[in-house]
Design a protein around this ligand. Structure first.
Ligand code: NAD
Length: 491
């Protein structure tokens, strides 16, 4: 390709959509000072949230713990009914939630609506899961005993979430904790706390006891975790965020041998074989790369394309990505929103410069977009060398970095040459090949001929340094339960 298609004009936010989001914020009853929350499309301050210090966090632990005593004694059906009611309220407030997500996080409204669907699906899933059998029965092999297992709530859970999916990351933790019978203290990211605050308010309106789920917002996250994770009333930590912070939390968790779930960073390979359907592969890559502006832990990070199809794929992808409409999430027709902050924009610029300096070809994008907000043009780099930063680091932005390959064995080895192992993607019309390659990828999940593999019914999580434990599905509930057994003597 010779021409660059990066003359994006930013779409401005729609005033009525902003007004709707701001009405929801006004209804949250937030304080007039504290930690500032900004709109990443304009850098405008949209709210203050409380800065809760250690004493307040420990008070939240005490309050949730106390409320947890009676919650643990509720019946599965009672818990299910409350979760169903919460799901209904989340669905009823889809527009409020979607506008709020867009306003504080920046994603396009259509994607924000998708997050409301995805996030509320977890609540419905765990409403259903709450009443499913949670134990089993077996005979001891020597016939001398019957062994009955049951699952008990693990206890108070501390939930720490990132900014990129402010609703779904919260419901994916709160809902299984509630279904299992556990109280929780959730600390959302300071960049996007409003959605979590509103979602928990809806949970209370649905019948979740007021004290059972505590939201703690704080400017001092490390002080928070050092105090709270050492409190012996806390029995579980579930974290979604960077691998670096995950390691710190695991070290802290070791002091009290705390049950830990860690959903950490990724470096997903996306592999396109010569026998892939070109259009399907390009559409799947668009979704796996540009969903959430590329700010997703399962975002396609290293795009490997087999030599026979590489030129057509790169050209087709650059054409599609170059034509994407960029602007405020609350703008009409926006397909790609801003990045979360300026640091992310500078990082995209550095990735692009480094790759081009090492010989990559810039097919489209590669520039900051302004004048306000944190925008970077959707970018395609071809023939990226494997040692370029963009090929070794989690990108977390709208850069598609293409590398080329010859053989199946070569690409599997290259795909696995990373300490991360969250998601992978394979595109091939030969299902045997696709499944064989998927089997050999060292990842927790694989999208086959599709770019959006997440689902409330699927056990989401990573291997290697991408994490411990699973979220979603029945496995996600087991994270909040401890297994006990009764050994009943038989004669
Ligand atoms: P981050 O690790 O900086 O922050 C995540 C959360 O942890 C935030 O709430 C933050 O305030 C909090 N935090 C930071 N330091 C802490 C400490 N010492 N003690 C307690 N809490 C602390 O990550 P981020 O920038 O918000 O999110 C991006 C990262 O999250 C990426 O690496 C991405 O891959 C990862 N992520 C993973 C998944 C997954 O399911 N595997 C999903 C989304 C995001």
């Amino acid at each position: 390709m010779s021409t660059l298609t990066n003359n994006h004009t930013l779409i401005a936010a729609d005033a009525a959509a902003v007004a709707l989001a701001d009405r929801v914020i006004a209804g949250l009853g937030l304080p007039g000072d504290g930690i500032e929350v900004e709109d990443p499309a304009t850098s405008e301050r949209i709210a203050f949230i409380e800065d809760i210090h250690v004493d307040g966090a420990l008070q939240a632990v005490a309050t949730a713990h106390e409320a947890g005593r009676s919650w643990a004694r509720t019946t599965p059906r009672q818990r299910a009914d409350v979760l169903h009611a919460w799901h209904a309220l989340l669905v009823e407030h889809t527009e409020d939630l979607a506008h709020l997500i867009s306003r504080e996080m920046g994603k396009p409204l259509a994607e924000a609506r998708g997050e409301v669907k995805y996030g509320s699906d977890f609540v419905r899933w765990y409403a259903e899961e709450a009443v499913r059998p949670a134990g089993n029965f077996r005979e001891a092999p020597d016939g001398g005993a019957s062994i009955v297992t049951r699952r008990a709530p693990v206890g108070l859970a501390v939930l720490i979430t990132p900014w990129n999916f402010p609703l779904a990351m919260a419901t994916r933790k709160i809902a299984p904790a509630l279904a299992a019978g556990c109280p929780s203290v959730i600390k959302p990211a300071n960049l996007t706390p409003l959605t979590t605050i509103f979602a928990v308010e809806l949970a209370r309106r649905a019948g979740v006891p007021a004290d059972l789920v505590q939201v703690v917002t704080t400017s001092n996250a490390s002080q928070f975790s050092e105090a709270v994770l050492r409190d012996e009333r806390v029995r579980k930590v579930s974290f979604t965020g960077s691998t670096e912070v995950g390691r710190t939390l695991l070290r802290l968790a070791s002091d009290t041998v705390l049950r830990s779930s860690m959903e950490l960073g990724g470096n997903a390979p996306l592999i396109v074989f010569d026998d892939a359907d070109l259009d399907r592969a390009i559409e799947g890559t668009m979704a796996a790369k540009l969903r959430n502006g590329g700010q997703s832990c399962i975002g396609a990070n290293r795009i490997y394309v087999q030599n026979g199809i590489a030129a057509a794929f790169a050209e087709g992808l650059a054409e599609r990505i170059g034509a994407v409409a960029v602007g405020a999430g609350l703008g009409s027709g926006t397909e790609l929103g801003p990045l979360i902050d300026d640091r992310a924009v500078r990082q995209m610029r550095a990735f692009t410069n480094d790759a081009v300096a090492r010989g990559a070809e810039l097919l489209t994008g590669g520039t900051e977009l302004g004048p306000v907000g944190h925008f970077f043009a959707p970018t395609v780099l071809d023939r990226v060398p494997p040692d370029a930063e963009v090929a070794c680091t989690e990108i977390f932005g709208p850069i598609a970095a293409i590398q080329r390959f010859d053989s199946e064995a070569e690409v599997v080895a290259r795909a696995n040459a990373t300490e991360f192992g969250l998601a992978g993607y394979v595109f091939s019309e030969n299902i045997d090949r696709a499944l064989n390659v998927a089997d050999r990828l060292e990842t927790g999940l694989v999208g086959i001929n599709q770019g959006v593999p997440s689902n409330a019914a699927a056990p989401f999580g990573g291997v290697k340094q991408s994490g411990l434990g699973r979220e979603g599905s029945s496995e996600g509930m087991e994270e909040y339960q401890s297994v006990r057994f009764y050994n009943i003597a038989r004669r």
